[in-house]
Design a protein around this ligand. Structure first.
Ligand SMILES: Cc1cc2nc3c(=O)[nH]c(=O)nc-3n(C[C@H](O)[C@H](O)[C@H](O)COP(=O)(O)OP(=O)(O)OC[C@H]3O[C@@H](n4cnc5c(N)ncnc54)[C@H](O)[C@@H]3O)c2cc1C
Length: 386
């Protein structure tokens, strides 16, 4: 008897990591993605391999997930990462007063953090604001989003998965009330077809609510946008963060030859049509220049905005939604079998998200197979097209 077939919708970091996990457990896997790999939120995010430092005071669950996954990714996909560390710097007395809370938060979340002398920080990062009052080094890093996803997908393909980009789900198909596959449109051939499946995983990120609506079920996903401004020159070696609770424009991530300032946070209803207000761009530039005055001299190379698929909490401001993740089994929640949604989290925690949803998938299909992704090195992204 052949293994059960799982259809994964979406090839961002979450769907890609899930394809790898399930293929490694011996399931038959097909991934469909309406655009190119990583063309959703994953391909346009800040590319920070989180140490968890940004969340260690106000969202310790999210921070612990980040540091655990950060350390795993360093082992399984070094070819997709720049392991350059990060600095949290205090710019004023308020930041300085936050330092003890920050260090205690790092300790509580097991984030290796060490304070370094200001002079040393300025030697490592000569373009930092020379007025900084303290600096703490943490194991932040930078990932390359397309390589991140294709490393997972190349390995999934090697283990038998089928990956179909430019293939959009326009509807779900049902047997009775249960989801039994999807109707897809192939943008390259112009053909519509049905892909049957024993189970469908909704890994469509900020679009998860729209996909779930095809099965007439709800998921509490709150698309939460953020703006980033790319400066066309790299001014920092490490990631530079401001030492305070996450706020607008308080981080500069060096990606290849650019410096990306980010980010803001507000709720949106249509992830495909996010307008970028000029005042948000101005805010990024002003706040970024406080950290690194040289950014003023840099040329703006681009401005982008994408939406986080965060899990909404009642009466909580979008900036304060937890960065943790959840798998929603719609059979248990709404009586619609055959569909599971995975949402929330971050690209940094994609492997952990995949483990969680794959455990739910296997339990639902009666498959007994352990997760092996923590210790299985991924093959190179270069093998994706082999
Ligand atoms: C401004 C900003 C900055 C961020 N910075 C970071 C960071 O520095 N580090 C970090 O770890 N995380 C960061 N994140 C979070 C991270 O980007 C997201 O958590 C992550 O990319 C979500 O991945 P995903 O695979 O769930 O969603 P996506 O990457 O959006 O993937 C979902 C995919 O589903 C596809 N899809 C949708 N509908 C359909 C359909 N009907 N048929 C077929 N395919 C469909 C989409 O095209 C898309 O490619 C940031 C988020 C934002 C908004």
């Amino acid at each position: 008897m052949s293994a059960p077939h799982v259809l994964i919708i979406g090839a961002g970091s979450t769907g890609s990591a899930t394809a790898h996990d399930l293929a490694l457990r011996g399931l038959r896997v097909t991934v469909v993605e309406r655009g190119e790999i990583a063309s959703g939120t994953t391909g346009r995010n800040h590319c920070l391999l989180h140490s968890g430092g940004r969340y260690c005071v106000n969202d310790q669950e999210g921070a612990i997930e980040c540091i655990e996954e950060n350390l795993i990714l360093r082992r399984i996909m070094p070819h997709a990462l720049e392991m350059n560390d990060g600095l949290f710097v205090a710019l004023d007395d308020e930041d300085y007063a936050f330092k003890e809370k920050f260090l205690a938060g790092c300790a509580a979340c097991h984030i290796p953090a060490r304070e370094i002398p200001v002079q040393q920080a300025l030697q490592i990062e000569p373009f930092l604001n020379p007025q900084i009052k303290a600096a703490v080094q943490v194991p932040d890093g930078v990932f390359e989003p397309w390589r991140f996803c294709t490393s997972f997908l190349a390995t999934a393909k090697k283990n038998g998965a089928t990956i179909r980009n430019f293939t959009q789900v326009n509807d779900l198909v049902f047997q009775g009330r249960a989801v039994a596959g999807a109707q897809v449109f192939d943008h390259r051939t112009g053909k519509t077809e049905i892909i049957g499946a024993d189970l469908v995983v909704n890994a469509t990120g900020a679009w998860a609510g729209m996909l779930a609506a095809m099965a007439k079920v709800d998921v509490p996903v709150a698309p939460t946008a953020g703006v980033m401004v790319a400066i066309g020159k790299r001014f920092n070696n490490m990631v530079v963060n401001r030492m305070h609770l996450p706020h607008d424009g308080d981080i500069v991530v060096p990606i290849r030859n650019t410096s990306i300032i980010g980010t803001t946070s507000w709720r949106v209803t249509k992830p495909d049509a996010i307008e970028i207000p000029q005042d948000q761009i101005d805010k990024m530039m002003q706040a970024g220049q406080l950290l690194m005055p040289i950014l003023k001299a840099g040329v703006q190379r681009g401005v982008m905005a994408v939406a986080r698929p965060l899990i909404a909490s009642a009466n909580v401001d979008a900036r304060d939604f937890s960065r943790t993740f959840e798998a929603f089994n719609h059979r248990k929640q709404s009586g619609v079998a055959g569909l599971i949604t995975i949402s929330g989290g971050k690209t940094t925690t994609a492997r952990g998200m995949a483990e969680k949803v794959s455990d739910v998938v296997c339990a639902e299909l009666g498959v007994s197979a352990e997760c092996k992704t923590k210790t299985t090195p991924l093959i190179s992204y270069r093998d994706f097209y082999v």
